[in-house]
Structure formats: structure tokens, C-alpha cells
Design a protein. Sequence first.
Length: 252
Amino acid sequence: MEERYSRNRIYVSPSEQEAVKNCKILLGGAGIGSIIAECAIRFGFENITIVDGDRVETSNLNRQNYSEIDVGNYKAESLARRLLSINSQAKIEYHNCFIDHTNVESLIKGHDVAVNALDFKSDIPFVFDKICKEYNIPVLHPYNFGFAGFLTVVKPDGVQLSQLSEEPKGFELEMAKFVSRSNAFWNASQAWLDKIIEQYSNETTVLPPPQLSIGSWISAGHCVNAMYNLSTGKKLNYFPKFYLSSIYCDNN
């Protein structure tokens, strides 16, 4: 194992490290995707494509992998520069554009794993999954729940997220409600999450969901662990199963 990854030893075998290195990752969205990308490249993923047409805003700095000097610049390009500063030999491709009906298929082709971190402002996140299904590509869906990180993985031949709701507007809230219901079913309710869902649902103005840096990093850890499992042939849970980790205690 090369020196860069020598501290991965025991946890990751040399053959697994090589499989990780050659796995081609597509990041659809460079918001929470920016945190996932850094965790991934430090783990050893060296083939990463980033697609996002957004520019960095000051409101992104509380949870995304950008600094003040990036404000106003394209997220995809800024993130690519950040990743190459960590590993200059990595193969980082970026596209300063939004994924839409005209380019989604060409952007997806040729990848092994896709991360769907797209905003649910249109049906594009569902189209993204549909094209990945056609190309037999598993899709990671990360969510930032503030004090918790969430991940569900969509298997090409498995249950699709669109079966939860085909309406993109408010899908993030529907996902949070799905998690809450699932936890209640398994007697693992988290009152703090239920309270956040209620408060967000009662907001009188239309605002993006509240998110914390904590949730971004936890979600990134889940994503990179899933990428590792997928690239090395290990088992993992697929939607409607999910991964949820919280550092928040209801007794606080």
C-alpha cells in the first residue's frame, strides 16, 4: 500500500485500496457533496466527477466545504481545486452546469457509483435515479438532519425513491417524515427530530431546510463507507432501509 494510504492499513487491505482508487464516483451536486468529496479523496477514491451549476454563497459556509475566498465562484470548480490540493494525482473532472434533461445521461455514463445530492426543485433528482438504474449504477442519497446524518442507497433493481413520493416539492421534508415513521415503528423514536420536523413544517415562509455542519460530516462518513462497500463487493442496506447516526441525545 502506498505511503499516502499507509494509515488505512488493517481497516483496508491493499487490494481493497486499489479497488477504491479505480472506482469512478459521480457527485451530482456540490453542496453536501463537497464534504463527501473530501472524505472520499482522503479515503482513497481518486476518480471523481463533480457536477453543479451553483456558485458559493455566504450561507453555504456553515456546513459546506468552502471558504470565504470561494464566495461567488462556481462550487464545482472550487471543490475540484480543493481536492487536487489534497491529491494532485487524482483524476478530478468538474462541470460548472446544472444537471438537466439534456445532459443527465451523458454525465452519468461511465461511472460506478453516483451521489444524488441534487436539490428537489424539479423532477431532475428522480430522472437522475432513473438513468442510473438504466446503467446499473447504485445511487447514494445523503441528507443533513442537523444533529444527525442520513443515507439511503438506491439499488438499480430495487425500490426507487420515487415510490415514496413523485412530487419533488418538499421531498426533503417527506424523507424526514419517512425516517421519523420508520424509527417509531421500530421503537427507536427520536423526539428531537420529530420536533424539528414540526417546527419546519410550521414555518410561515418558504425556506430551505435548516442544516448544520454536524449532519454534513456524519452523512459524508456514511457515504464513503457505502462507496467502500460497493467498490469492494461488501454488503450494505438498500432503500427503504437506511443509515441514520445522531450525536444528539433527547436527554440534553
